[in-house]
Design a protein around this ligand. Sequence first.
Ligand code: UD1
Ligand code: CA
Length: 453
Amino acid sequence: MSSRPCLYVVLAAGKGTRMKSSLPKVLHKIAGQSMLAHILATASQSGGKVAVVVAPDGEAVAKEAIRVVPDAQIFEQAAQRGTADAVLAARAALEAHDDHDVVVLFGDTPLVRREVIDELRRGLDGGAGIVVLGFHPKDPTGYGRLLLGGDGTLTAIREDRDAGDEVRKIGLCNSGVMAFRVPNLVDLLSGIGTANAKGEYYLTDAVAVARERGVRATAIVCEEDDVLGINTREQLAEAEAIWQSRTRSRFMQNGVTMIAPETVWLSFDTQIAADVSIEPNVIFGVGVTVGEGAQILGFCHVEHSTIGKGARLGPFARLRPGARIGENVHIGNFVEVKNTTLGEGAKANHLSYLGDGIVGARANIGAGTIFCNYDGFNKERTEVGEGAFVGSNTSLVAPVKIGEGAYIGSGSVITKNVSPGALALERSAQEERPGWAEKFRIMMTRRKAQRAK
Ligand code: UD1
Ligand code: CA
């Protein structure tokens, strides 16, 4: 592909009032990260410079851009005077990188895939000065239409509200994404006027201006899914669904089994190795890595956690931030793990809370074990040594350490450290009264009969 360097200009000045939100539109999330971050990550994936155009009150948007692309240049568009004016807000970057290809992307069109951008740039290699990304929407209403000449060149883009009935019949629409290879692009864009229904500087008019100057424009066509523009919460959910479906497919192609993929929710940074199997209704929040061959049974909720090779999780397990599940560990139903590391082969199979601790390799955590990590003021740590056996219904009151191979009797409330290999038992002695039950029944039967009289 093109050996020329590339400058990506990402327009993110839009208010997005139809989101009915105090959050700027491009900061709404898809798969756990902002739509702006999605498009910036795609843009910067294969190198290149990034310029982001924000509104005058766009600090939060600028901050997000810098978080994703630390050397992104931020430009402010003083007022919303149209897409061409927005690109010209990045004038300094355009001038400084006049020998670069320029690709214009929209912050609210986050699902454009890398392959599509590459294809757009390949269009520039064919000699066109402008390549526009077109698509065939189910409903073209509202979109700019691409006007093609007999030889397939793009002669102009006509905005919906400036179009007559004939042009409105055209199904090929402008996605908004455009690539330029024009010397002195600033000069070309400055030739765009505002003689249109909105009285705005339309970037789409660059095609007609270029034509007057003898610069050829072409179009390539992509799937509608790539260029879904988000203006409403419904469209946000639609974009989420598209992203999820694409990402599930990618994982399955890479060797992950999903029985009911449409019920598995992934985040932008989820990492799942080959031969992992995932049952229905599993949610991967942000920051999760799953090792080879792990099994995630139904209804698990996992975030900021790692799951080791061959581990088995769930059904109904919850991993909160900092859960580090070692190789071949079993975490069973209704077990919650937070900020706790479990060593290889450890087991916590039922109804437990493991918070702020370390569980050694092969240790067994019995049903109903609670790490009492919080006294209302501070969080304290619990350590369970390798091979230790914690009986059911045990409270381990942190800070506390259970030595290697130690046993804890069921029902104990452990407040002191336990030595390796010892048995710790904290419960009152059991007494037995022979024949008591029969006497009790006779007495109660008699009392009840007396009351009934
Ligand atoms: C634009 C295209 C249209 C295309 C459609 C695809 C133009 C003139 N029209 O129309 O051909 O079919 O997108 O969705 O380009 N923006 C700014 N500053 C501005 C104006 C817009 O940053 O002054 C940003 C918006 O935040 C948005 C993007 O540019 O992300 C597109 O602007 P918008 O007004 O939504 O253009 P459309 O009318 O949808
Ligand atoms: Ca739009």
